[in-house]
Write a protein that binds this ligand. Structure first.
Ligand code: SF4
Length: 457
């Protein structure tokens, strides 16, 4: 899959599912949850609800608040529903918007997917030679076809899913809705998060626990890597046929993608970011007057750095909260201008001072160079950069839009050359060996392939 290449990396998607046993307004519950997952995809979104087998749907380009209004939500009836927020990859945004719906001889299947299927191309070719017709270019439709075919020879949709899981390789955290069932499915490596929540007697699947908080639901547990969780009139049933492999949860979820108020596979995203900042302060101390973070994701790293180093934490950059996704631009010039609209330096805080600025990562270097220029134009005497991740050196095949190697600054230049190019007085990346010390579980497994080149087998 070819990806467009904005300066910051993007997660592909966020998913939600709701099985309503209590007379809640299903569409509105999903709508509130989608707001909490908007950071995982800003290009299109959708909700499909199910009223005793009759489907209602709305999906469109745009943010949740743009796509849905009261009238749209009133039109989405039913007790079961699935929702999705998507970050565009390629092709027509509308045709690739999710959830996707398929009607076939056994009824209907609705699917919302976060991740990337590595062998989707080969599977699609095989399906096409057998007469399958595709409506979109996304890999989710390939999974949909496979499940629909498998369902014609199995007794249940969960059996069909179990037949398909060994055929698909890569990352998938999915929510599937059939006329009377809701399933949460996580690939055996667990690349992407998926958790279960409960409100009264109703159940929720969500990419991140922060969505459960927004829906006022309690966190029940994470879906285990390889697990299929079924919710139907009998309650919750778990299938663990594909569990037990060493997981490879994306470490970048903790560094950048996920919300700080989410807890993923038992680990607080916020705590890992503060701990990362502490490690950076111990490993790469700096002689400075103030520690600042690049809003929003750099702020908690900066708090950790300040706490560990004893250097005061301060505000150095002000974010324009109204700039939004319109600033996802593709040319270098557009990206440079976007930085200036999104962030401005706080002269009263930075003038005459030596600054440590902490951020999650550098992709191309454009944003970092512009931020340092901004700080120095506003009187900063020195700017020392500390980064919460190691250099990006390798592509991601599991649902993250890391640009091609030719665009990655760390592939092209050694660290000191990068420091000079962005105009920093010092610059240090988190060491790869320290990534495993950021508070993550020793009994779990993590993917760090974009930093290490060691792809999960
Ligand atoms: S390669 Fe990097 S971004 Fe992709 S899943 Fe692994 S850690 Fe995450």
């Amino acid at each position: 899959m070819k990806f467009e290449s904005p300066e910051k990396l993007h997660e592909e998607c966020g998913v939600l599912g709701f099985y309503n046993n209590d007379g809640f307004d299903t569409a509105r519950m999903l709508y509130y949850g989608m707001f909490a997952l908007q950071h995982r995809g800003q290009e299109s979104c959708g909700i499909v609800t199910n009223d005793d087998g009759k489907l209602y749907h709305r999906k469109e380009k745009g943010l949740v608040g743009e796509v849905f209004d009261g009238a749209a939500l009133n039109g989405l009836k039913g007790a079961i529903g699935v929702a999705h927020v998507r970050y565009a990859t390629e092709g027509d945004l509308r045709e690739n918007a999710q959830p996707i719906v398929s009607r076939y001889c056994k009824g209907s299947i609705t699917l919302a997917h976060n991740g990337n299927i590595i062998n989707a191309g080969a599977l699609r070719e095989e399906l096409e030679t057998r007469g399958a017709i595709f409506q979109s270019t996304n890999d989710t439709e390939v999974i949909m076809h496979l499940i629909a075919i498998a369902r014609t020879r199995t007794h249940s949709v969960e059996d069909a899913v179990a037949e398909v899981m060994p055929q698909i390789e890569g990352a998938y955290s999915m929510v599937l809705m059939s006329p009377r069932k809701l399933l949460g499915i996580r690939d055996p490596k667990g690349f992407r998060p998926l958790c279960i929540g409960k409100i009264k007697n109703s159940y929720i699947f969500a990419s991140e626990s922060a969505a459960l908080d927004t829906m006022r639901a309690e966190f029940v547990r994470d879906v285990e890597p390889g697990e299929v969780v079924l919710i139907d009139e009998n309650g919750i049933t778990s299938f663990k046929k594909f569990c037990g492999k060493k997981p490879s949860l994306c470490l970048f979820e903790y560094i950048y993608f996920a919300r700080p108020d989410s807890v993923i596979d038992g680990v607080s995203v916020y705590r890992t970011r503060v701990e990362t900042g502490r490690i950076l302060a111990r490993t790469y101390p700096a002689d400075a007057d103030v520690v600042i973070g690049v809003p929003d994701s750099g702020l908690h790293f900066a708090q950790g750095f300040a706490a560990e180093s004893g250097i005061p934490y301060g505000d150095g950059l002000v974010r324009n909260r109204y700039s939004g996704r319109t600033l996802i631009k593709q040319t270098q010039r557009e990206r440079e201008l976007a930085v200036n609209i999104k962030l401005n330096a706080l002269r009263a805080s930075v003038e005459g001072r030596r600054i440590v600025m902490v951020d999650d990562s550098i992709v191309r270097g454009t944003t970092m160079a512009n931020l340092i220029r901004l700080l120095k134009e506003n009187g900063a005497r020195e700017v020392h950069i500390r980064l919460g991740s190691p250099p990006f050196l390798w592509p991601c095949y599991f649902g993250t839009d890391i640009p091609s190697k030719k665009d990655l600054i760390a592939v092209k230049y050694p660290v000191d050359e990068i420091r000079k190019k962005v105009g920093a007085d010092s610059l240090h990346y988190m060491r790869l060996e320290d990534l495993q010390k950021i508070g993550v579980r020793s009994d779990f497994g993590y993917c760090d392939a974009c930093f290490s080149g060691n792809y999960p087998g």
